[in-house]
Structures are given as structure tokens and as C-alpha cells.
Design a binder for this molecule. Sequence first.
Ligand code: DGJ
Length: 741
Amino acid sequence: MTALITISDDKVFALTNRAFSYVMRRAQSGILEHVYYGPPLGSPLEIDTGRRNVERGCTVDYEGRPAVNLNETLQEFPCYGTSDYRYPAFHARSASGHSVFQFRYKSHRVTSDKPEIDGLPSARGGASETLIITLEDPYQNIEAQLSYTIYEAHGVLAKSVKVINKSAAAITLQNIFSSTLDLPAHDYTLLHLQGTWSREFNAERLDAAKGRFVIDSARGTSSAAHSPFLAALEKGASEHHGRVYATSLVYSGNFAMSAETSEFDDVRILAGLNPFDFEWHLNPGDSFSAPEALHVFSANGLGAMSHIWHDFVREKISPPHFKNAPRPSYLNSWESCYFDVDENKVLALADKANDIGVQMVVLDDGWFEGRKDATTSLGDWTADTIRFPSGIAALAAKIKSKGLKFGLWFEPEMVSPESALFKAHPDWALHVPERTASLGRNQLTLDLSRPEVCDYIFEKMDAILSCGDIDYVKWDMNRAMTEIGSAGRSDGRDGQNIAHHYMLGLYSVLSRLTAQYPHIIIENCASGGNRFDLGMLCYAAQNWTSDMCDPVGRLDIIHGASYVFPPDVMAAYIGPSPNHQNGRVSSLKTRYAAGAFCAAQGLSLSAVDLDADFDALRQYISLANACAKDRMGGRFDRVLKTQNETAWQLTTADKSKVSLAYFQILSAPNLPVRIVRLAGLDPQGVYRLRDDGASYRGDALMQAGFAMPYSLLGHPRSGVRYRDSGDFASHIFVFEKVSGS
Ligand code: DGJ
């Protein structure tokens, strides 16, 4: 491996691979300045590092150094109080009460390991180098270790920060961002993903304007309101061109990301823990590690950006045990039975599932003692003796004996006030003693900042999973946190930290469980995509993308999620029509097509619906099973997006098969013929269309494009160019590569 990190004698640091160069320098002031982030440079150490030092009449010279105006210096770890007035990466209160800090270069080292981050998930290393630059505030005797990992084969830069109090006095951290990306003046557009329950991942663009644009969460989960993802795009950047600087976080709790356009048009991107309601007391000798931030640079638009994220998630984030492993198709009991589940019903569903060709049965909510609706029993996790008289282990064994896999739903972080657990340990719920606790879906959040609560969750789940017949766990989480206080912490001043301590507790439980049961697929879910982030994906092989199963509702969700997440980690199933969330009636064909590229697929339909559509479902499930391998490790392209139409392309990892899914939401007469240009094909390759056997050259499909089917209302014609008329139409074209390199 050629060196990815080079360092000059005068401390210019360059990280370079085939995708980008990232350059920093120790300035004369000692401050670690950011110099460059962009396309790879042949000689990055020779870059003109001093070009931004201009003297302006209106600014403050840092510690009397002429032309060192921190307010427009691109920096790696900016602080407040010494002439930079933009939002800082670091802000703290000293024992003497002031908040003036400034860090200077102290030392550095390079390692081929990627050190883990204390208590937090992070991207795996391997074929990578990590530069750790230690900065110090000499007045305060505080150190900050900034870690930068560059990979040989990925266009991702991983950054994290650890602060160590080497002084004899405590300090209080009030704000510590994991990454600062100071971009030089330019016209930027910001892209972020916002939403809510059942409407997650809406891509929204806005012009970077003077001031700060912030996305964050104070809900205890990363949340559907804002995915922890923010990209600065060169104005006009599209799927195929323009520079993109994207950031995401390996964290699942209260985060913040901001883009601040300064008076000089520089843009500062900050990413990390939400400073709001955050304080962390750092006693002498203590250290604090902030979560990992990941950056992707793409010189060729959002499509290339997504390919970088997708490869990286598969290789360095997702649990390695499931890498490229086709996911079993499943039948989930939720929209089939809701809480009305019992052993006989589940066994009957299992038989139907088997007949249809489904490979796994998932028993969703409702299986434990007293859980007849959403008002009770979370936290107890013992099977309901009346409805499941032989218990979960026996049920699992029975299902396995039918040749099926078995999956089970848990909501481990929750407790119902109406539960044995709450009666025994009312203080185990997050609460503030003198206030009435607010309920969400009738439930309280367990206090995972307490080790004994984490142990309880582990032991309860272990008792069930240890039967050995459980192949899959749906890990749900259905409310945002409120009254975030803990009875387990005697130091009242520590109260503001509970949300972060909670995350450390959650990650510890997930680490223990995945170490004990590496073969169990965890499907992460938080009322759908309310905690769909890179932190949870370090443990969960797949994610329940959204509770929205209506195909039209799903389109934008998958489209938006695909900016960061590969279809390899997305789960989708065919749900009922009319849809239970928005009442829309849609065809089975389109319900299947919307999720057709998601790794995990299945059904959640009542016994009546399963019977009514038995033959068609058998066909779709047979297709889903047959293509399960195609959905792993492939290339996903967003090839069309208008208000009324969406098209995606999925190319298998071996490039032998290209599927193109097209959706038209509303029908209208005399619409234009839509031409879609395919992406990433072999230009000289020949591709045969399954529908009619016609052959096309790759360059023609990419440059001239391929016409989407047209609806001729009242004049039905057959052939691939025509399709059924009516709303919510879809078609999946499959091309097989028959020759080429
Ligand atoms: C919310 C999830 O998103 C649903 O799929 C289902 O598992 C319910 N919770 C069960 O309560």
C-alpha cells in the first residue's frame, strides 16, 4: 500500500488517495489550519498554504500576530474567545469561570491501525492509515487529539476528537464537535434529509445563506426529523456533476450539524454531539471521546457520492458477518394481525408463508404476557402463557421444523407503566422525580445510562435468544425521550449528560448481544426510520426503512435514504391495500416494485389477503428469493426524479444484470415519452432486455437512453413500450449483459 499520509518537515499534513486530498498545516501561530479538501493532488505538500492570510483593517490579530485573523482562517479545531466569532468546534468553561480556549499543535503520529473510540461505534479500519494530531491549550493544559483516517479504497475521511484534561482543575465541556470542515468562499447549496414518522428522508435543498443553518436532534434518537446528514454542493451540482462535500455521523442520539456562512462567504460545517442540553464535567486526568464523523468528497455529483457511501457502509460499517449474504424473505405478523397474535395463528401463517415460498416468519409486537394492545407489558419479555402456551422457544422450534427461519420483535429500551418491571423498578425509567413523566405510545423509556438496566435488558433477551432457534431480531424503539433524568446518578450536575450516557449504554448492550449472537440478523427500527443512522448500522445488518408501506409513499423515502444508505441495508415488505397509513389503493405489482431493490423483502398481509393473492404473491416471493443475491453489493443509481416519476437502476456486483424500476404516480393523457439514461454500463457491452429479447449497446443506453413505457388510455397495445393505464403504475425492466468486457 502506498503511503496515504505524507507530512513535510514544516508540518504540512496531506491525506491523499484516489478519491481526494485533504491538506492541513501547522501555522506559525501553532494553530492547525485547514488548507484543502478536493480532488486528489499529485504533490499535495507543495500546495500554497499561506494564500489566505490577508490583512484587513476591521479584524483582530490573534495574540498580536499581524494578519492572523482567526475569523477567516480555515481551521481544524476552532474555539471561541480569541477572535474567531463563528460557531466553534470546542467550547468549555474553565474552573475559574471563563470560556476562552485555543489549541495549538503539539505532536502527531501515524498508525496503520484505526483506533476504536471509547464506548462508541465507529467505522472499521483496514487498508487505512490514521493520523492523530495532538493539540494543546498551553494555558489550560487541555489536550485534544484529532484523528483522521484515510482508506486506500474508499473516498471517505473519518474524523474524531478526544479531549484530555491534563490540568489539576476540572473543566466543563459545553460543546465538542467531532469535525470541522472549513470550506473556502464559494456559492454552496446545502442538501439535507428531513421528515417525520412515515415520511422520512425527504431530500431538501437550500442556498447557503449568511448565518447558520442547523439540523439537530434533542429527542434522544437521531430521529426522522433530520437524518444526521448534511452536504454542501457546488451550486448546480446534480446526480452526475458538481463537487459535493457530504458529512454524516456514526451516532444515534442527540446530534447537531450546521453550515455557517461567514461574512467572507467561507462555509463552516460542524458535525457532532448537540451542544444543546449538553455538559460534561472533565475532572483532572479524565478524557472525553466524541462520536465519529465521516466525510465524503465527490467531484462528480450526488450519484458518485452515494456510491462512495454505499461501498463504505457495506465494507466498514455493516456487521461483517452478513456482508453480501442474501437476506431471507419474511412474513411479518404486524400488518397481518397487529396485537392479535397467538401460537395457532402464527403457525397457520407459517404454513401459508411456506406455501408462498417465504423463508422466515417474524413474530412482531404482541407476543408477551398481557400485551393485547399498546398500553402494557413492555419490559417484561416473558411469553404470554395463554396465547403462547408452549413458549417462544417451542414456537421457534416448531417453525424451524417447517423449514422456515424465525424472527422475533423486541422493544428493549422501553417499559410500560403497566408492567411487572415498572412495578419492581419505577426508578429504572428516565424521569425527573418532581415532575409527571410524559408518555409516548403509553410507554416510558428505560434509563440505559444505568449499567444495571443494561444488564437487565441483556439478560432478558439472552434468556430468549439462547434457545438457539432465533435467526432475526427486530429491535424497535417507538418514542422520543422526555424528562431525561436519571435516578442512577447521584451527582445532580451530571443531569445534562444522561442522553449521551444513554447512548453509551445502548451501544454496550448491542455490543454484548451481537458478540454473543453474531449470526442473528438485527433489523433496526424506530417506528420505521426514526433512528436509521450509521451508529445503529454498526450492529444492525438491516433497517426497517419506514412504516410507510404504500409504494407511492415509499418512493421518496427510499430515494432520500439512498443518498447515504445502500439498498443492502434496507428492508421493505408488501403491505395491505388500502394502505393502513394513507389509505391508498395500489396494485400488488407496484407494491412489490417499490421495495424490489431493498435487500430484505417480504410480506405483511392478513391470512385473507394471502389467500386472495396467493398465486401472484408466490410469483413475487419467488422473484424476490431468486434475486436476493443480486441485491447485495450492487450499484444503485437514481436515474430519474420528477414530481410524478421516479426511476432507479440496480446493477449487480458482477455487472451481469441491470434492473431498472420505473414509477409514474399519476396518470394523465398525452404525457411526454420519458427517456432515462442508464448509468455505469460497459459502453461496448451488449445488454438484452428480458421483456422482448431486444439488444442494446451500453453506450447507447447511457448516452441516448431508454424510453419508459407509455400509457395509451383507451387504446391498449401490447409490448414493452406500453403499459397499463391508471395511477401508481410501475415497471421493472431487466437487462442481461450478453457480451462485453
Ligand atoms: C413500530 C414498527 O415500526 C412497526 O413495524 C411495528 O413493529 C410496531 N412498532 C409494533 O408495535
